[in-house]
Write a protein that binds this ligand. Structure first.
Ligand SMILES: Cc1cc2nc3c(=O)[nH]c(=O)nc-3n(C[C@H](O)[C@H](O)[C@H](O)COP(=O)(O)O)c2cc1C
Length: 387
């Protein structure tokens, strides 16, 4: 099969992805005071060199208080533009597009890194601005009993935050990113506003569904006013959060966001409670039905994500019109050259042209002799002189 959808280009506004493979935002917990380090360059760089069409840099915080951990990336000041541009430049050099997710951790801010306990941080003299980092949220309701009660945002602070998202979008554009994604999922600030559980405000930002949507709509408007018309805007939603927000609400929101200039809904789930996202069973494609539902009912492009691991699995999702883009998260951590492997598996012409010639050329010449076209560790038994 050489005419795959997975490896067909796609144009959204004025930007063309060379294929439908997207690296979704994945925190690296490795920033220093919000600044990217060489780790981020290596991380984004290896995925871009591995052949993905779009690499989305992790949730990058629009204000200091929004940092989830000490290692979160920041974009709350112009001083972040140049270091982020270093990542963009390298991604572009690999013939990939560069995206960035803008986020704010809300009541889940000031936490440990996942492998250090995945919960609230304990006060420590090493964190100089502990009090300035107090978690804030729409209402003073803790995420769960093991999390602190956040401080409810004043109405004027909500207005300021909307502007902070707009300024972050301006900086992302100045840093050269092609695609912007707003993090509206996983129980963080934007999702907290949408959720009846997280938002019990009595002003215009809380109460009815329409009022709970006001924050994300104003954020989208602010972002769009600073983000050029020719560049795509994605929004990640927890399409089902198992706590009162589900696909029907998501479709109503997606229709409004589309009218405000959002191009793609990145369909995720969960995070507003500690309950597993879709019931108890996490299986291949577990969030794909959410993408299919939003795509069909809101008439908007969608990205599917969540345990999409195999090349033919990704291709089938596209063929069945369940999504327009495919995000490969943990599997691309496992194999940064996933797009090259998928191209081989799907029989795409010139599979090694997906990766830079610095290594693609050599793998291609070796493959012509019949060697090394399947992942090497999965083959058993070497026979003298045979592939
Ligand atoms: C290490 C790690 C960091 C993550 N960080 C983010 C993030 O910054 N923003 C976000 O929306 N999702 C984040 N996620 C979720 C992923 O983007 C993705 O939705 C999830 O891993 C499911 O896809 P997968 O099964 O392909 O890994 C993260 C996931 C991992 C494994």
């Amino acid at each position: 099969m050489s005419d795959t959808l997975l490896f067909s280009p796609m144009t959204i506004r004025g930007i063309t992805l060379k294929n439908r493979i997207v690296v979704p935002p994945m925190h690296q917990y490795s920033a220093v005071k919000g600044f990217p380090t060489d780790w981020h360059l290596m991380n984004a760089g290896k995925f871009a060199a591995g052949g993905a069409g779009l690499v989305i840099v992790e949730s990058t915080k629009v204000e200091r208080r929004g940092c989830g951990t000490v290692g979160d990336l920041g974009i709350w000041d112009d001083k972040f533009i140049a270091p982020l541009n270093r990542l963009v430049t390298f991604i572009k050099q690999q013939n990939a597009l560069a995206g960035i997710q803008l986020g704010h951790s809300g009541r889940k801010a000031r936490a440990t890194r996942p492998w250090e306990g995945d919960g609230p941080l304990q006060r420590s003299p090493e964190i100089e601005d502990w009090d300035d980092w107090t978690p804030v949220a729409p209402s003073a309701i803790a995420h769960s009993t093991r999390w602190p009660v956040p401080r409810a945002l004043e109405r004027s602070e909500v207005k300021d935050l909307v502007q902070a998202w707009g300024q972050a979008a301006r900086r992302a554009n100045e840093a050269g990113f092609h695609v912007l994604e707003l993090h509206g999922a996983h129980g963080y600030l934007v999702h907290e506003f949408l959720s009846e559980r997280g938002n019990q405000r009595t002003d215009e930002y809380g109460g009815s569904e329409e009022k709970r949507m006001r924050f994300i709509i104003e954020v989208t408007e602010a972002v769009r006013s600073h983000w050029p018309d020719h560049k795509p805007l994605f929004v990640r939603l927890s399409v089902e959060d198992n706590a009162g927000w589900g696909p029907e609400q998501s479709v109503r929101l997606a229709r409004i966001l589309k009218a405000k200039g959002v191009d793609v809904i990145d369909c995720s789930s969960g995070g507003i409670t500690d309950i597993a996202p879709i019931g108890k069973e996490i299986k291949y494609n577990y969030q794909v039905p959410l993408s299919e539902y939003v795509r069909r009912h809101a008439d908007i492009l969608t990205m599917a994500v969540g345990l999409i691991i195999h090349g033919d699995q990704a291709e089938q999702i596209l063929r069945e019109k369940q999504a327009d883009l495919i995000a490969i998260g943990r599997e691309i951590l496992n194999n940064p050259n996933w797009p090259m492997d998928a191209a081989l598996k799907l029989g795409v012409d010139g599979p090694f042209r997906n990766v830079p010639p610095q290594f693609g050329y050599w793998l291609g010449t070796r493959a012509k002799r019949g060697f090394g076209t399947n992942p090497s560790t999965w083959q058993s038994g070497l026979q003298e002189g045979r592939p």
